[in-house]
Write a protein that binds this ligand. Structure first.
Ligand code: COA
Length: 331
């Protein structure tokens, strides 16, 4: 029997219609539009409206991915949902999504690795596909980051937004799919990006929770330094593993955390900024949803062709990172 590959047959994204500009945040957070644009590249973000949930966003993106794939939930063999901002600790968001989509009895699990969640989930999904264990997998990243903003200081509050993105991967014998990946974690730096649940004793020694339900703490400078180190390094490791060079890559899809991090990666890797897809100005950092939202938007507007090969790279809480090279469909 020949090798099994995975092609991306469907994609979809959801963003709340509630646009929050830098000007909208200026007074409450003692900041300004100019500071935010200069230091991050962000002009606006979407916040879920009262009553909206992570589940709704995930289901909306997931259903769109099923629709573009032309399949129904009954055709799925596995659902992986990644989030750092679920509505409940239990049941997992993945099981809620499975029920809402009507994917009866389909196995579903949630994966949490901060903003690297989509790259981790995609790499995981491909292991199931390539081993022959499952034929059709829905991967969803959904984030309701605005629910944490109340306890954040101004440097973190202006960074995040809400969104969901999803893809459907299906087994095929035509060469395409995952060409290489690299995942990593450095838990010793975990205290630099924390969302505590009000009782997290270990973290309390570094960051007091002050009795808040959630308490967000970010050491922006340290995360920035980590990100600029890890992005180029991880991309090169993945290129080496894949036996490919940057010439084989049509687009780089970087996690949208800060435009200056992307610019720094472009300089360090010696790649023109035009090769990096960017939408941070409109959505800010939507955590794990950032890379799939970017991919879906650029598939929908025709910038990414389905047969293109993309290099995704993300980093986030953990601290974690991951990169993956994927040829979405056979050429
Ligand atoms: N508006 C105005 N001033 C702000 C501000 C805001 N929103 N946030 C911070 N400042 C101020 C600080 O108080 C500081 O003032 P001081 O010099 O008087 O003390 C000054 O700006 C510089 O702060 P600093 O933290 O050095 O800014 P920076 O250039 O590093 O930018 C971040 C801050 C958060 C934008 C930047 O560090 C960053 O993006 N880090 C990575 C964060 C990230 O990606 N997190 C998610 C990872 S998944």
């Amino acid at each position: 029997m020949g090798k099994t590959y995975g092609k991306i047959i469907g994609w979809g994204a959801y963003t709340p219609d509630n646009i929050v500009t830098n000007h909208d945040m200026a007074e409450e957070y003692n900041t300004s539009h100019d500071w935010i644009v200069q230091r991050t590249g962000i002009a606006e973000r979407r916040f879920a409206r009262p009553g909206e949930t992570t589940r709704q966003m995930a289901v909306s993106a997931g259903q769109k991915a099923l629709d573009t794939a032309g399949i129904s939930a009954a055709d799925l063999d596995l659902i992986i949902v990644t989030t750092t901002s679920p509505d409940f600790m239990a049941p997992a968001l993945s099981s809620q999504v499975q029920a809402s989509l009507g994917a009866n009895d389909v196995p579903a699990f949630q994966l949490m690795t901060g903003c690297s969640g989509f790259v981790y989930s995609l790499a995981t999904a491909y292991q199931f596909i390539e081993s022959g264990a499952y034929g059709t997998i829905l991967v969803i990243a959904a984030e309701f980051m605005s629910r944490y903003i109340g306890s954040a200081d101004r440097s973190a509050a202006i960074l995040f937004g809400d969104a969901a993105g999803a893809v459907v991967i299906q087994a095929t014998d035509e060469p395409c799919g995952l060409k290489g990946f690299e995942l990593g974690s450095d838990g010793s730096q975990g205290h630099n990006l924390v969302i505590s649940m009000g009782e997290s004793h270990e973290i309390d020694e570094v960051w007091p929770t002050n009795g808040h339900k959630y308490q967000t703490h970010m050491n922006g400078r340290e995360v920035f330094k980590f990100a600029t180190r890890v992005v180029g390094r991880s991309c090169y490791k993945t290129l080496m593993k894949a036996g490919m060079t940057l010439d084989d890559i049509d687009w780089i899809l970087p996690h949208q955390a800060n435009l200056r991090i992307i610019q720094s990666a472009s300089r360090e890797m010696g790649i023109p900024l035009e090769k990096f897809l960017i939408n941070i100005e409109r959505y800010a950092n939507t955590s794990a949803a950032s890379v799939p939202l970017l991919m879906v938007e650029n598939l929908e507007n025709g910038t990414i062709k389905p047969s293109d090969t993309v290099l995704m790279v993300a980093f986030g809480a953990g601290l974690t990172w991951g990169s993956a090279i994927v040829q979405l469909q056979p050429s």
